[in-house]
Write a protein that binds this ligand. Sequence first.
Ligand code: SF4
Length: 118
Amino acid sequence: MRNSEIVCIVCPKGCRALVREKNRRVEITGTECARGAEYVRNEYIEPMRVLTTTLTVESGGKRRLSVRTDGKIKKKLLIPCVRYLKTVKAVPPIHMGEVIVENMLDTGMDLIATDEVE
Ligand code: SF4
């Protein structure tokens, strides 16, 4: 049996949920709505995050380019992705929304620019 406490961040109320898992059954208490229960279940089973970071720029007016994934990726893949991105250089000109890395590390998500470099 495994127990976890997860704070729901879907709304400002911040309900504290208790998740109990026994025989592969997940039971959630402490949430006050279905959206919160879904958030807590996903956080417990497979937390997902949008990755935001910066890349080295090969040349041009800026030294770093801000980027993010165009959707959520598994939280456990954040560190492997950040390590991989240390090997990637952005080559100007780059426009906002441009795909810098397609399907990053087979996550199914692209890495896109959130800034411009001429
Ligand atoms: S469980 Fe519902 S009411 Fe509670 S913090 Fe989450 S979204 Fe808000």
